[in-house]
Write a protein that binds this ligand. Sequence first.
Ligand code: HEC
Length: 544
Amino acid sequence: MSFRILVLATSLILASLPAQAQLSGTVRSAREGAMEGVLVSAQRDGSNMTVTVVSDAQGHFAFPANRVGPGRHALSIRAAGYNLASPATVAVQGPTSAALELAPTDDLASQLTNAEWVASMPGTDAEKDFLRNCVNCHTLRQPLFSTHDLAEFVAVQERMSTYAPASGLHIPQHPLADRVANQGPAAAAARLAVFQRQAAHLARVNLGNRESWPYPLHPFPRPSGRATRVVITEYDLPEPTRMPHDVVLTGDGTVWYNSFTEQVLGRLNPATGEVREFRVPELKPEAPKGSLALRPDPEGQLWMGLSYQGGVARFNPATESFRMYPLPANLQANHTQTTEVEPRHMQVDGKVWIEDSGTYSIYQMDVATGAIQVHQPFPIPSPNIYDITTDPQNNVYFTVFGRGDVGRVDARTGQIRTWPTPTPNSSPRRGTLDERGRFWFGEYAGNRIGMFDTRTETFREFTPPTPYSFPYDAVADRNGEVWSGNMMTDRITRLNPESGQMVEYPLPRSTNVRRVFVDNSTTPVTFWVGSNHGASVVRLEPLD
Ligand code: HEC
């Protein structure tokens, strides 16, 4: 068969199989020629799914055949310093090629990640450190694009401190108990001094009354090599107020998410993008709404930590109904905050673990009777306790966010032990024990991925390559590699603990990352996360 006939035959076959339509092409700019590390996204008209691939060293990109179906697709890119000049859309019908032209942007400021802002601005790391706290609720765009002076910033910070942590720009919430109101004059003066020091820094680095920022803006280098070998799918959720704090999968491949400020549990079909939502009953209508932790139990039922609602919920996907577990009256207070729940090994003794960030307590609840045993690792005033994770005997390990330790409560004796992380005051935030008895967690203030080997009682720490990452969470996959994400860099870190090597996959949009999750049933594994401020669920499939 001659070459011409072969080509003709191939295109006839592809044309008769529109479901296999495929999109590929090139990315270039006048300044750089062919460009590596540009994120290219395609969203079909009317779909809630956006698929993203990354250009390679030759400036070439290709969407897998089964991910971009026939139809009209809106195209977008992410590459700091550039906008997509053309084309804005592409009609896919059979194998389709697109030549993307990028032009320099005149609004680099709107393209910077939180970490790039912190790296660009003047000041010492100690002066900038508090900016880590602002990104819990919104990006640094709010303060940095503002025109406030020092005095106004003090007032802004006073107002920010009245919001419950379970807040977003769309849904600010106020806790029932205002702890600040109970402070004495000395504590109030110390607080004001901190606000003034921070406000002085903010007024130095924001837009203010200037034409532009008084320092050059420096984006980090674009991803290259292995970090470009990835396919990312982003599923937009039905309402912009959704804050999918935790995203998890059950064994049947169903994707579940909660909302940080709303009584919502959502179910996502990853093949179609179809979403169905369930209203979580309220326990305390006057308290802030929403849930922080979402974890499946061994039966595939979903447990939710209902934070200010003062209890936990268990959802049965078969009956589509909730069973509610409010804390008993003697454990309820205005500052109750049952953020975390851990049911992974409840079959061992019929107990789930609950963490209360309001009283710094860890509860061991008998699921059949609702009886609760209280464990308090530290006397009050206690440093803040954060995540909990269990071993196969259903002993619980916890992170001490308010300081820099991990701890353990023995399920049978109640004995409590703690171990300080090598980096002092590292604020370990969330994490999960792996099958080899290693507790992986994000060291938020320590800017490291931490690991505590529960068998040898030793630590290891790894610093992600991108500056100011401040890892939030970490989880090991079935191959022993570790995945982590954060609220600063819009990058997902994949760590090989044996070699210490890390790959950082770029995300297509500004993505505030909380719980990280790995689906071990695929090859390679698939990484899932909620875009906590972006009302979407993100699936990241590495190609190797
Ligand atoms: C607990 C949640 C939360 C935290 C933490 C938070 N903010 Fe906010 N922020 C909000 C909400 C909600 C809004 C919108 C409503 C408003 O303006 O009060 C907002 C709006 C803003 C605005 C725009 C409104 C204005 O008055 O200019 C600025 C500036 C701002 N925040 C600065 C900060 C800074 C600086 C920090 C960190 C020191 C911070 N925020 C931390 C919740 C928070």
